[in-house]
Design a protein around this ligand. Structure first.
Ligand code: SAM
Length: 249
């Protein structure tokens, strides 16, 4: 059984030939309840409002492997460092409908898993499609947390802060959100993410600069960095990201 076979193939999804190379400019048609509808791959509220639609389009149609690639990279790094998810609490940023959360819980055995996403439909999709996956799920813009939520998250003293498939392209988590996520991680905790190198998208450039600065100043100690397959583009190309696993000084 494939790692994503648990995602039900409910709809016939067809991607359109892309008009640009930007990851945010990809569209598909899906037959839902007898109606053919058109979706943008980055219009998350629309996607999450239909059961499993985001997961079907990304994991089945575009063959995304980031959740399993990332969890597969983390497990040996943690073994080498005597770290164990079953004792960890984690804040997952841009948690969406929970595909990475599924691996965090089932492969890495995370003890406590808290999701955060700017999209209310994301929170609803996670509870609808993967009930009980998260211990708590906050709907909030990571770059504009209320003082109350920030205090609540700080009190958790997270052992791990991480994210998958939520960087770059204008509607993902910007560098300001990475900084907040980093602040919410306890000293000695694990920061886990992936970043697209050598892409001219301004947010990718800014994030690469932010990561390089964190490593150069010693704020983040890099334990692992390797290129991993992310997904196919709708034009058929392969998209790779660098998975980065580090410890906060
Ligand atoms: C590609 S989706 C996440 C996929 C998910 N992590 C998975 O494993 O399938 C990116 C997510 O980032 C969220 N997001 C974008 N900007 C955000 C922000 N400023 N604060 C919190 N979440 C944000 C979006 O709502 C979206 O759910």
């Amino acid at each position: 059984m494939g790692a994503y076979d648990y995602i039900p193939k409910l709809y016939n999804v067809r991607f359109e030939a892309p008009e640009s190379g930007r990851q945010s400019d990809e569209y598909f048609l899906a037959d839902i309840d007898g109606e053919t509808r058109r979706f943008n791959i980055h219009n998350y509220d629309n996607l999450y409002s239909v059961p499993w639609l985001y997961d079907i389009s990304i994991y089945h149609n575009l063959g995304c492997e980031t959740p399993t690639e990332m969890s597969g990279a983390i497990a040996p790094v943690w073994r080498e460092n005597d770290a164990d998810g079953s004792g960890f609490s984690m804040l997952e940023l841009g948690a969406g409908s929970g595909a990475f959360g599924h691996e965090l819980r089932h492969t890495l055995k995370m003890k406590r898993l808290v999701g955060l996403d700017i999209s209310a439909p994301a929170s609803q999709a996670a509870e609808r499609d993967r009930p009980g996956l998260y211990d708590a799920y906050h709907v909030a813009d990571l770059t504009a947390l209320s003082p109350e939520l920030r205090a609540e998250l700080e009190a958790e003293k997270f052992d791990v802060v991480g994210l998958a498939s939520a960087t770059g392209w204008g509607n993902h988590i910007p560098v300001g959100g990475f900084e907040v996520g980093f602040e919410l991680l306890r000293s000695g905790g694990w920061f886990i993410f992936h970043v697209k190198p050598n892409d001219p998208d301004p947010e990718c450039v800014a994030l690469n600069d932010w990561v390089n600065d964190k490593i150069a100043t010693g704020a983040l100690v890099e334990k692992y960095r390797k290129s991993h397959f992310h997904r196919k583009s709708s034009g058929g190309g392969d998209i790779y990201y660098d998975v980065v696993i580090g410890v906060k000084a």
